[in-house]
Ligand binder design. Structure first.
Ligand SMILES: Nc1ncnc2c1ncn2[C@@H]1O[C@H](COP(=O)(O)OP(=O)(O)OP(=O)(O)O)[C@@H](O)[C@H]1O
Ligand SMILES: [Mg+2]
Length: 308
């Protein structure tokens, strides 16, 4: 029996928020000094040390079956920030929508070879598919709509849950981090990502309904730990779309910290129009608006990830 079975991953009771906030609750509080989002003392995070060599990579699945919570945005910008710290990073677009690829300036429909070919065709190698991005040390395995067929085709394959792990294995010695951008579902593609990951990073939108699906996600993670990948850990919960001016955001954040404790990153990602802008620009925020608060937040997250 593995250790994870004895202790629950989180306190489900504290995720219950009762009634959604009523409209008569004042949305804006005049806080002169906004409190720290996690309402706990910030942890001491050391500056990342320079690396003398690379690999083997830590694989992180960026996962939440809820749509539009900032998985793709976090994959791109955490990846770019890790690369700024001298880490070699491979981003894996594991969503047939191809948003990660688009966000890095790649037109997915124009690609002949994508991760779909890599996982479905034995003759296709990583080198055939990997693209360099404009960021030094940041590579991409792109995807497009072809990947939606893989979910169906994989069902009849032997070792269907280990397909992604098998094709990524040759890449691990060459990278420090592999970030897998999952699609908003808990289907076979996401299970593939969880089965080969060392850790799961869960972006969580600071909004009432975002807490509802978390129990289901935790359940899936526990099943994967039991049946496929006993070493899988939760690397951290990342609060996104945080708006320090609203009481609601801060209430949701308090619940998340109550439920997940130290798993919640000190870093939170504020809601800002800068992120949609970067998608149009096809660049990470660390390049598009290098000194912006959003860029600094993802650098802070990168430091936390390196320290964990
Ligand atoms: N911190 C933020 N503030 C404001 N907008 C954001 C923020 N993060 C992401 N967005 C925007 O919200 C939308 C959804 O973000 P993103 O694509 O990263 O989410 P996702 O979880 O990957 O979505 P999906 O589940 O569809 O894959 C995008 O338009 C993105 O630009
Ligand atoms: Mg996405």
């Amino acid at each position: 029996m593995i250790a994870t079975m004895s202790a629950p991953l989180f306190d489900a009771e504290s995720l219950r928020m009762g009634e959604p906030p009523r409209p008569d609750v004042p949305a804006v509080t005049p806080a002169a000094e906004p409190p720290d989002p996690t309402s706990r003392p910030r942890r001491e995070i050391p500056e990342p040390t320079a690396l003398s060599g690379h690999g083997p990579a830590t694989v992180l699945a960026m996962c939440n079956q809820k749509g539009g919570v900032g998985k793709t945005t976090s994959t791109i910008n955490l990846g770019a920030a890790l690369a700024e710290y001298g880490r070699r990073v491979l981003l894996v677009d594991f969503d047939p929508q191809g948003a990660l690829s688009v966000g890095l300036g790649v037109q997915p429909h124009e690609l002949d070879t994508t991760i779909y070919n890599l996982i479905m065709e034995r003759r296709v190698t990583l080198d055939d598919v990997v693209l360099k991005t404009a960021v030094d040390g940041l590579d991409l395995l792109p995807s497009n709509i072809d990947l939606s067929a893989a979910e169906v085709q994989l069902v009849s394959e032997v070792g269907r849950e280990q397909t992604l792990g098998r094709v990524l294995a040759p890449a691990l010695p060459h990278y420090d981090y592999v970030l897998v951008d999952c699609q908003p579902s808990l289907g076979l593609l996401t299970v593939n990502a969880l089965a080969c990951a060392h850790g799961v990073l869960i972006p969580l939108e600071c909004e009432y309904f975002s807490l509802r699906g978390v129990a289901l996600l935790m359940d899936t993670i526990e099943k994967v730990q039991d049946r496929l990948n006993p070493d899988l850990e939760i690397t951290g919960i990342l609060a996104t779309m945080y708006d320090p001016r609203t009481l609601h955001t801060r209430e949701v954040m308090a619940r998340v910290v109550e439920a997940f404790g130290d798993l919640v990153f000190d870093t939170v990602i504020n809601r800002t129009v800068r992120f949609p802008e970067t998608t149009v620009a096809g660049e990470p925020i660390t390049r598009w608006a290098s000194r912006s608060q959003g860029a600094e937040a993802y650098r802070a997250l990168a430091r936390e990830v390196i320290a964990r």
